[in-house]
Design a protein around this ligand. Structure first.
Ligand SMILES: Cc1cc2nc3c(=O)[nH]c(=O)nc-3n(C[C@H](O)[C@H](O)[C@H](O)COP(=O)(O)OP(=O)(O)OC[C@H]3O[C@@H](n4cnc5c(N)ncnc54)[C@H](O)[C@@H]3O)c2cc1C
Length: 332
């Protein structure tokens, strides 16, 4: 058994591309490593993945455990969890971090059960307590009304999932050195309970919310699904992605893919324009770290104005098209 104390980041890849949240977690892991004295490593399940290691070194991994097997080319819970749990049981890392992506949210709880560890989901802050030697895992609780800091003192590894855009990624360089460890994978006896039949890409011609620099979001104040057109029109003028509050998603006006907030996506654009959104704490949880927030609302007491840098009080059906016209004129 290795005695090296390590912080691991699950290096999620899809179609041979590392997910953005992985690099954010590697950057955070470095901060935790400075406090704890642990070493940062990444775990990369894939098939033929050696060329992905350099990116992980560039964001702070000192070593990468590659789990290379054709069955690990695409995510499959049974195979990924078996391979990662075997590695954890062998190397005994102190901490394992996963992106709170669809894959991370499926994988991390399965691994937690297999290695008898705890798991804190959807953390919004991570720190290290040097006295108690525990990872401090902070996340919203009770509907977002309090922030709870959770520790896992009795079991190792300490495991957490974190959404994208919660931490900033910081690239160290383009050719950082690191060690690649090809760890043997044994998937014999893993039952084939699931089979990938087809991959269907969502046909949605919007910009990815997680990566967007500009976002225009609509809330219940938009009034009805057809009125989302003015939100799309403004977004298109700005080159922005379209976001939405949960009220509009629950009403079926727009797909969940667009939801921003505690149970939607966490975003961190340069500009976030909230149209007809009241500013409930659960919505703010997903967008309040935006650099500039612009709010359009007819109620001057709407809580969204407490976090807005620029507030426009009035009817969005008048303001948003006018806003779009002005932007178009400015661009022309
Ligand atoms: C556990 C939990 C998780 C949740 N997760 C999320 C989440 O991830 N994301 C999320 O958004 N919510 C979430 N919610 C719901 C949240 O509490 C709010 O209910 C929701 O955000 C309200 O959406 P809204 O602001 O669009 O609607 P409302 O609160 O109804 O606000 C509509 C706003 O539009 C304004 N308005 C109306 N007409 C106009 C007009 N013509 N012009 C301008 N302004 C107008 C009104 O003044 C009002 O401020 C969650 C709730 C719970 C309990």
């Amino acid at each position: 058994m290795s005695t090296t104390k390590e912080i691991w980041v699950f290096a999620e890849q899809r179609n041979g591309r590392i997910a953005g949240v992985v690099n954010e977690l590697l950057s955070k892991a470095q901060e935790l490593a400075e406090k704890s004295g642990f070493e940062v490593a990444a775990v990369l399940p894939a098939s033929g993945c050696a060329d992905l290691c350099q990116e992980l070194f560039n964001y702070g991994a000192k070593k990468v455990y590659t789990l290379d097997d054709p069955k690990l080319a695409d995510y499959q819970n049974d195979y990924y969890s078996r391979a990662i749990a075997a590695l954890i049981n062998d190397k005994k890392p102190e901490i394992v971090l996963y992106g709170a992506t669809t894959i991370g949210r499926s994988l991390a709880p399965t691994v937690a059960v297999m290695v008898d560890a705890g798991l804190t989901a959807d953390c919004t802050q991570l720190d290290y307590d040097t006295e108690g030697c525990n990872l401090l895992q902070t996340r919203p609780a009770f509907g977002g009304n309090i922030m709870a800091t959770i520790i896992c003192p009795d079991h190792r590894p300490q495991m957490a999932t974190v959404r994208s855009n919660v931490f900033k990624k910081e690239k160290l360089g383009d050719s950082e050195a690191g060690e690649t460890i090809e760890y043997p994978v044994d998937l014999s006896g893993v039952p084939e309970r699931m089979r990938r039949i087809e991959v269907v890409h969502e046909d949605d011609n919007t910009i990815d919310l997680n990566a967007a620099q500009y976002i225009v979001s609509g809330g219940r104040g938009v009034g009805k699904p057809e009125n989302f057109k003015i939100i799309y029109d403004l977004a298109s003028e700005l080159g922005a992605a379209v976001g939405a509050s949960r009220a509009t998603v629950d009403a079926g006006w727009i797909s969940h893919h667009h939801q921003v907030g505690q149970t939607g996506k966490t975003v961190c654009p340069v500009v976030y324009v909230a149209c007809g959104i009241s500013g409930a704490i659960q919505h703010l949880a997903g967008m309040q770290s935006s650099d500039v927030i612009v709010a359009v609302n007819k109620d001057p007491d709407a809580p969204i104005f407490d976090v807005a840098d620029f507030g426009l009080i009035g009817d969005l059906h008048v303001i948003v098209p006018e806003f779009q016209k002005q932007i178009a004129a400015f661009k022309a």
